[in-house]
Design a protein around this ligand. Structure first.
Ligand SMILES: [Zn+2]
Length: 778
């Protein structure tokens, strides 16, 4: 019961919770910690109970500090919200002693009335406030129950103790979120996945008609406190959903940042011990959650990526019913030509002069579908974080160079959305300071131009150009050997006979394939053949084919492996057998274990290969296990599938593996496994064609690289998005799309020429060797 009636027998303090201390009105200030303080006064004035616009009850009283009547400030307004307002209105009488704890101090915008405090107090049950009314004996009509209780203290439930059907308070670290979007109807919806040190995950679906009532989460790693969230079980997992009275606070998750809650709520409690909770969660999150680095700047964007952008809105326009244009900037310049979405001048909202001034820095972002309504409501000049913008490379018919388009696609996958950031956000503060410095630079240039100080102006320009030239002269590649060779012009190379080796300095005008994953092939170093990497369908087909072969029980449980067989629960009732290879006659930990599987599906094999060191798909014959067709990988290790050359391999019985198993020190190297199984291991390799040019000519040179050039293993690129991005970025640096030849960086390379003869003619080819991409390029 948040409103307590105290029968005054002696000093009221003796009846109050011991942790509360009296605060003098003179000492009361906005922004100080009042957690364990109370204000006491006599009710000198009360206003009728009213309802606010949103239906909340509201009651206002004036308290006078009876102990300090002579002091300059001796009264204060108390604003009471919600259920508490109604209760207080019912039982409060003039002249009674009124004590309030758990209040929020709000500074008044206007000049204060005579003797009235420059702040008012806001109290509500939601904020955890407690009010004690000390009735004079015989004056109250209220019941006899004069009880004392401590201010409501919230209990927070760890995520591993949630129970279906309960309403709880909790703390969590944001692992994933979708910024609020308009869901069906008019409600805003936000989805948040939380984790805490119990290592349990909770996904919450939060709905509200009021955007401000949803948590103000800006990034993964933020910490939230939810009050009164309803827990329900769905498909064996706990989920959170907003219930009546839901309230939230959000904190920056950065270790060491000020613990200031983000909330639109006028009243809330925040205890000292909760500050500790936030700080502990920050420390836990720092080592347990991967928090993406700072969001990308426009100067760092690449084609074909998704990124989060913190920016300022400078223009907006309706494009059509399902898309909306946002013109934003972050003070940096996108390195690529960017598209301009055609809109009628009359439809464009924003300062035309500013838009013109910033024309080289502003980019157009087209937002679609469910994001349109929110985009329309954004104010020009506001700061935004736009999540999961897609950069698309495209070229119009009438352009020779491609440009970059920015799209915020419909839907909310991957947390796609738009969030407005308050000016108090640290990222916004930083951005604002940066944007101001950009303005400053402009105006300084203007000044120096106007002052006719041509020398210094030219001085600056020359310095800048020199710097740019130096940058361009630095090679983006590094030579790893043969430092004694000097550069040869391409014309000289073209006119010479092969084979020879050269050092060259050239620019990369074009390369093939443009789709980098197509550059990965399998190479047999014995027969020198190249082949495409089989796709998953090939593997799936072979697995389905061999699933018809029943496992031979006579081959189960030998001296060097243990076998387990079971039947799947699905309709097909497949039989799966796994043989766990023992090492030195012992079973090993999963991460050290090689296993052979019969009858598994693609998905099952992939799962096993994540968990176990090596997986070898096999099938039974009459007297041994054998490998499947060599179009399938003969071995899976983590993400990498190893293949054998069909021409050069002569598969041996699988029992040959027992020799490796008998070794104490075996680490299951693919090369060793291939050798004992009679497999000629195919190696993943990048094959690319580079068109290199200098002032004298152009040649096509082949790159044949296992991992040296890009410093990325070709074997891992197909299954690793991060490496794919890294490689794309490298290529964008070596050969930036949309640049003129003069602006391309220099590459220093070694190339060797060689002859390829066929019946008709002799042709000279060139291959890049002993060259690697400079470390600072990627
Ligand atoms: Zn071969």
């Amino acid at each position: 019961m948040p409103v307590q009636l105290l029968k005054i027998k002696g000093e009221s303090e003796t009846l109050l919770p011991s942790h509360l201390q009296k605060e003098n009105l003179q000492d009361l200030q906005e922004g100080c910690d009042h957690t364990n303080k109370y204000i006491q006064g006599i009710v000198t004035l009360s206003y009728p109970l009213t309802k606010l616009g949103d239906g909340t009850d509201f009651f206002k009283i004036v308290l006078q500090d009876s102990d300090n009547l002579s002091s300059k400030i001796n009264s204060i307004n108390v604003l009471i919200y919600g259920k508490m307002a109604e209760e207080c209105a019912r039982i409060t009488r003039h002249g009674e002693t009124f004590i309030v704890a758990g209040f929020k101090v709000i500074k008044l915008p206007t000049a204060k009335e005579d003797g009235r405090h420059g702040c008012h107090l806001e109290v509500s049950e939601e904020a955890g406030s407690t009010i004690y009314i000390c009735t004079k004996p015989g004056t109250t009509a209220a019941s006899e129950t004069a009880s004392v209780s401590v201010a409501p203290k919230y209990v927070y439930t760890p995520l591993n103790h949630l129970k279906d059907g309960t309403i709880v308070n909790l703390y969590g670290v944001v692992k994933f979120f979708k910024p609020p979007y308009i869901s069906k109807g008019t409600d805003y919806c936000s989805v948040v996945t939380l984790v805490d040190p119990s290592d349990v995950k909770l996904t919450c679906s939060l709905f509200s008609g009021n955007l401000d009532a949803l948590p103000k989460i800006y990034k993964v790693g933020d910490i939230v406190r939810f009050h009164r969230i309803k827990i329900r079980e769905y498909n064996g997992q706990m989920q959170g959903i907003t219930s009546g009275g839901f309230a939230s606070l959000t904190f920056d998750g950065t270790v060491g940042a000020p613990v200031v809650p983000r909330t639109s709520s006028k009243v809330y409690t925040f205890m000292d011990e909760e500050q500790k909770t936030v700080e502990e969660l920050r420390i836990w999150a720092a080592s347990n959650i991967s928090i993406s680095g700072p969001a990308a700047k426009l100067s760092g964007v690449q084609p074909m990526q998704f990124f989060d952008l913190t920016c300022q809105l400078v223009g907006k326009a309706k494009v059509d019913g399902s898309s909306f244009l946002l013109k934003v900037w972050d003070g940096t310049r996108c390195p690529y030509p960017t598209w301009k979405v055609p809109v009628e001048a009359k439809d464009l909202e924003g300062d035309k002069v500013l838009l013109h001034q910033l024309r080289d820095l502003v980019v157009d972002i087209l937002v679609y579908d469910n994001h349109v309504q929110l985009a329309e409501s954004l104010k020009i000049g506001s700061f935004l974080r736009i999540y999961s913008i897609h950069t698309k490379q495209a070229s119009a018919d009438n352009e020779d160079v491609s440009h970059i388009e920015f799209h915020l696609h419909g839907g909310t996958c991957y947390g796609r959305g738009i969030g407005a950031l308050p000016e108090s956000n640290p990222d916004v503060k930083e951005l604002k300071a940066f944007l101001e410095s950009v303005h400053l630079a402009d105006s300084q240039n203007m000044e120096s131009m106007c002052s006719m100080d041509m020398d210094s102006t030219f001085g600056n320009v020359t310095d800048l150009e020199l710097h740019l030239q130096r940058c361009q002269q630095l090679s983006v590649t590094v030579l790893t050997d043969h430092q004694d060779l000097t550069n040869t012009e391409l014309k000289t190379i073209i006119n010479s006979t092969a084979p020879q080796q050269y050092r060259i300095r050239a620019k990369l005008r074009a390369y093939k394939p443009q789709k980098l994953h197509q550059s990965v092939k399998l190479h047999c170093s014995r027969c020198n053949s190249l082949q495409e990497v089989p796709d998953r369908d090939d593997f799936d087909f072979i697995l389905r084919g061999s699933a018809g072969t029943a496992s031979n029980p006579e081959l189960h449980n030998t001296s060097w492996y243990e076998s387990v067989t079971w039947t799947t629960q699905d309709q097909k009732q497949r039989e799966i057998t796994i043989h766990f290879v023992k090492r030195d006659e012992m079973l090993q930990n999963p991460e050290d274990t090689l296993l052979m599987i019969e009858g598994g599906t693609l998905k099952e094999i992939w799962k096993l290969s994540r968990r176990f060191k090596c997986v070898i798909p096999v099938r039974s014959t009459e007297d041994d296990l054998e490998l499947l067709d060599l179009s399938a990988p003969f071995l899976l290790q983590g993400n990498v599938k190893y293949y054998g050359c069909k021409q050069c391999s002569t598969p041996k019985p699988v029992k040959n593996l027992s020799s490796l198993a008998a070794e104490q020190q075996t680490s299951w190297e693919p090369t060793e496994i291939a050798q004992v199984l009679g497999i000629e291991l195919l190696q993943y390799v990048f094959i690319m064609k580079f068109t290199l040019v200098d002032e004298t000519g152009a040649i096509n040179a082949y790159l044949f690289d296992y991992e040296k050039f890009f410093q990325i293993p070709a074997s891992e690129i197909l299954t690793n998005n991060f490496l794919q991005q890294k490689m794309q970025m490298t290529m964008n640096t070596l050969c930036p799309p949309g640049r003129k030849l003069g602006d391309l960086p220099w590459l220093e390379c070694f190339i060797r020429s060689y002859n390829v003869r066929d019946a008709m003619k002799n042709q000279v080819y060139y291959q890049i060797f002993d060259t690697t991409v400079a470390e600072d390029v990627v």
